[in-house]
Design a protein around this ligand. Structure first.
Ligand SMILES: *Cc1c(COP(=O)(O)O)cnc(C)c1O
Length: 401
């Protein structure tokens, strides 16, 4: 018998990772803490999404875009040489192979389609490293919408390539010069801008954060990862379902989408955070960007600046549903260091011929550590979402290796 003491058994009853309770609540988290005009705008988005998600026409149009534009379904790749070395059977869900190189495209194609259906002509987005901004600019170009992307001035300096890609795609990139001039400030600025533009613009949030319906809507738009992987595991694994399902967690969208496909199975869910951005592991209850969740704060309740080598994990909190899954004991959240992530990236490159995004390398770093210290029992089957490719990180890696 394997040691399962870290998870409370049995798996919680049906409804986990279903629709949130009234007013977008996941347990004590979530909600819609926004100025009045945005509460109304969020209500409209919620209504339009609920209706669209129940409409086979909308679902079909999105499925087609995901197939012909974004390259879905993505493969499930057995990591053969690495599995042998680790003594577990590791399978990679390859979101790095989607168009634009990460899972973010799944969400933005859905929201862009929704925006067009709502008669909006422009997408507003925030971006940190630029991945969500590039995905938004891509979806906007594809559907003939405008895109305005808010980005911290410091991130603009650090991510010149993605800034150029957004402009090449026709998006306007607006530098944010307040406070730390990074993602948290870009998000605040994008929300402020939306207040004056709700009539013609849709705010396209990049993760399972923000006011209701975003945490729920973005998880539903990302569940294509978990649903595909569930089917692929059923075909590939004798047991049908992996013992462990692992994904990295920034705001938590690739993890939420992956977990959603396995919430009703006995699979153990593991979210891997950056040591310096560990909202689920070390955050405290608070409200930020319209949502009640766990955030990194000082003793005065001020949000503190996260630090991670992976820009996509540099968010000071975590989505409300993850906070709830943690409380339920349905998912477990762990942290890895920058050094462990870099080591894991190099190891994947040299054993499997895949250069992962540094975000995804965090998930792998936990698998490697846990296989070594027995936290992952020998012979376990492990599904890990490889959220993106590493091209964007080459300049960071070049300085270290
Ligand atoms: C943005 C990003 C993440 C983190 O976002 P989540 O919402 O936590 O998924 C992880 N990996 C990659 C490649 C990203 O671009």
């Amino acid at each position: 018998m394997r040691d399962v003491s870290l998870w409370r058994e049995p798996v919680p009853p049906d409804g986990t990772m279903g629709e949130p309770r009234a007013r977008g609540r996941f347990g004590e988290y979530g909600g819609r803490y926004a100025p009045e005009s945005l509460v109304e705008a969020c209500r409209e988005v919620a209504e339009a999404f609920r209706e669209s998600w129940a409409d086979p026409g909308f679902r079909g149009a999105l499925a087609r875009l995901l197939a012909v534009h974004a390259g879905r379904p993505t493969p499930l790749t057995p990591a053969g040489r690495l599995s042998e070395a680790l003594g577990v059977r590791l399978y990679l869900k390859r979101e790095d192979l989607t168009h634009t190189g990460s899972h973010k495209i799944n969400n933005v194609l859905g929201q862009a389609l929704l925006a067009a259906r709502m008669g909006r002509r422009r997408l507003i987005a925030e971006t940190g490293a630029g991945q969500h901004g590039v995905a938004t600019a891509t979806a906007a170009a594809l559907l003939g919408l405008e895109a305005t992307v808010f980005m911290g001035e410091r991130d603009i300096e650090r991510q010149a390539l993605n800034v150029f890609r957004m402009r090449m795609l026709g998006a306007e990139v607006v530098p944010v010069t307040t406070s730390s001039r990074t993602l948290k400030d870009a998000t605040s600025e994008a929300m402020r801008h939306w207040v004056g533009a709700t009539g013609d613009s849709h705010y396209c949030i990049g993760s399972v954060v923000g006011p209701d319906p975003y945490p729920w809507m973005v998880r539903e738009l990302q569940r294509v990862i978990g649903d595909e992987a569930r089917g692929q595991c059923a075909a590939e694994l004798r047991t049908g379902v992996p013992d462990y399902v692992v994904a990295c967690v920034g705001g938590g969208s690739n993890a939420a989408g992956t977990f959603a496909g396995f919430a009703d199975t006995p699979a153990r869910l593991v979210g891997v955070e950056a040591e310096g951005g560990a909202g689920a592991s070390r955050g405290r209850l608070g409200v930020l960007h319209g949502c009640r969740s766990l955030f990194l704060q000082d003793d005065d309740g001020q949000i503190t600046q996260p630090h991670s080598i992976a820009a996509g994990l540099d968010y000071p909190g975590v989505g409300p549903e993850h906070a709830h899954l943690r409380d339920l004991g349905r998912a477990r959240y762990v942290t890895v260091t920058d050094d462990e992530a870099v080591g894991a990236a190099v190891r994947l490159a040299r054993t499997e011929g895949i250069v992962p995004a540094l975000e995804s390398a965090h998930a792998l770093a936990w698998v490697i550590r846990a296989a070594g210290d027995g936290d992952l029992p020998a012979g376990s089957t492990v599904l890990m979402t490889l959220s993106g490719r590493g091209d964007k990180d080459v300049s960071t890696l070049k300085e270290l290796l």
